[in-house]
Write a protein that binds this ligand. Sequence first.
Ligand code: SF4
Length: 215
Amino acid sequence: MTQPVAPARDCPLCPRLAALRQTCRTANPHWHAAPVPSFGDEDAAVLIVGLAPGLQGANRTGRPFTGDFAGVLLYQTLLGAGLAEGRYQADPADGLRLAGCRITNAVRCVPPENRPSTAEIEACRPFLAAEIAAMARLRAILALGNIAHNAVLACYSVRRASFPFRHGVRHRLPDGKVLVDSYHCSRLNTNTGRLTKAMFEAVIADLAAAARASG
Ligand code: SF4
């Protein structure tokens, strides 16, 4: 059977995350509180891979990085680089469109404390692998953080030691696609100065250039 790109709304593979989803639905019936679908066209040349939905962000709104701190920096930077069009207003109804770019998460359901377990990352990996396989024009992947980086590597069954995570570095994957690494655009990383706006803009510009060069 072919692995679907999108998990079912009541995907049961991670009992801890399924329980948290149900708790969210009960407390907030208007929240998305389900696996968050990818955003952007499947024929895009760029795929951005985040960690997992934020509790009050994508888990609430249903669109990746929408409604939480990380989304402000991500979408503003994509708009500046020409990888998005319109205006980001932290609402899936804001009309924002991605241009040649798609966004997904290594883990599709919100994890407690933003920390998925190893088993949960592995359980969700087939959806990420199917996502990558379904993108026929994909040229460049951006991993936001070490967990996303390792999840992408696992989709290719390559050794982590051969592709160490390092902010701003490009890796050449076995099928010729480029993997670009960035620190996650989280509140923690930006507040501590680990990731500055300028650093993130440089990575997104390099990502767009890598996609063009590989095309
Ligand atoms: S994280 Fe992925 S595998 Fe786990 S329950 Fe959600 S959709 Fe299913």
